[in-house]
Each structure stands twice: as structure tokens, then as C-alpha cells.
Design a protein. Structure first.
Length: 88
């Protein structure tokens, strides 16, 4: 077996960490996009709501979604930083 063939067979094992990081990055990005759409939808619902109690509940939900997005963005940044560190 020549050297190129060995490298070809070993590549999936050597790139397993990079593949895991890429999958985490993609899944976090999808979740963050969904959360952003949800936050925008809730913001529109708050603006359209006339009942103050219902508006307050919607604002609480919007704040929860916003804090989840902030945590997700921080996590995504750390995953991307980890990927940069492993590439170096």
C-alpha cells in the first residue's frame, strides 16, 4: 500500500474532531436562526397586543428567547474559536 492510500484511509480518523466541530457549528446556527425568527414573531405579537396582561406574558417569553439566543451566540463563538485553535 502506498503512502497516499494510507493517508486516504486515515483521513476520517484524523478529521473526526473537525467534523464534530463543523456539525456543532451547523446545528447551533440552525437553532439560532429559529430562535431569531421566534423572537421577531414575539416582538410583532407584543406590538399588536392591546391587553396589558397578555402583552406582559409575551414580553416575558420574548425575554426568555432573547437570553437563550445570547447564550447560544456565546456558545457558537466558543465552538468556532475551538475550531480555529485546532486548525493552528
Amino acid at each position: 500500500m502506498d503512502f497516499k492510500m494510507l493517508l486516504k484511509k486515515l483521513k476520517p480518523y484524523l478529521d473526526a474532531d473537525a467534523d464534530d466541530l463543523r456539525q456543532k457549528d451547523e446545528s447551533l446556527s440552525r437553532v439560532l436562526k429559529k430562535l431569531k425568527r421566534e423572537e421577531l414573531k414575539l416582538k410583532e405579537m407584543v406590538a399588536a397586543e392591546v391587553d396589558s396582561e397578555e402583552r406582559e406574558l409575551l414580553e416575558q417569553q420574548m425575554n426568555i428567547v432573547h437570553s437563550q439566543r445570547k447564550k447560544g451566540i456565546a456558545l457558537l463563538a466558543s465552538v468556532r474559536e475551538e475550531g480555529k485553535d485546532k486548525q493552528s
